[in-house]
Structures are given as structure tokens and as C-alpha cells.
Design a protein around this ligand. Sequence first.
Ligand SMILES: [Zn+2]
Length: 133
Amino acid sequence: MKYSIKDLTKEQRATAEENGIKYNTLANRLFDGWEIERAITEKLNRKGGRTDKKVKQEDGKDVSDSWFAGPGQMVKCSVEGCTHSGYVITKTHCRNEHGMEREEVKKKFGMPQVLQMNLNQVRKEYSSFVVTH
Ligand SMILES: [Zn+2]
């Protein structure tokens, strides 16, 4: 059977959005008879390595919309005075370093800042990166 975008739950739409699949793309896929699961999860096959990660500008900084960095990026903890950065700002970091849940960090300081990495930095950070979750 064919699905339409109206058949999707809120969660499914959110999943599509997280995967960078736009409303129109999604509608087209469903119209073409794709299964919902595939339509909301299969990422666009784009050349050039552009990410679909949404980044908004705040005070001249690139602010991430998630706690995870995209390709070639790092995220920096938004807590004032904290210099922690990595591929993800973990719940554990927020708890251990700041005594806060991520939600509290988000409320008080906003989402992490996105840092665009060059390859040398990436290598350096990789070697010192410790998984804490
Ligand atoms: Zn921190």
C-alpha cells in the first residue's frame, strides 16, 4: 500500500528531519511507494560531503542543534568557562563536570558551539579523545 505524509507519526517526521530529509523529499518518496521506514531513514546521496546538519548563528558563533558533531566538526561545551570539546557532549560530562543534566545546560547556556575542524586538528583531538559514556 501507499502511504502519505499524513500517515506518519510525529516521531517518524522527527526521524526524517534528523536524517536531513526534507518534507518535499519525504512526500515524493512516499508517493513513489517507498516504505515509511526507508523513506525516513535513507539519507540523501549527495556528493561533495556537505552535511545536512542545521547550524544556526548566534553572536557570530555556530550553534549546533544537537549534542553531536557532524562530519569534520566538533562540538564545544556551552557552559561558561568550560573548554571541553569533542564529537559529542555527553550526559556524563555535564553531570560530572557541571553537576547538571544536559537539559539544564541547554536551558542555561544553550546548545554546544560547532567547531569546524581541519584534518590536523581532528587527528590531534582523536588521539586525546576519551569516550566517557
Ligand atoms: Zn563542559
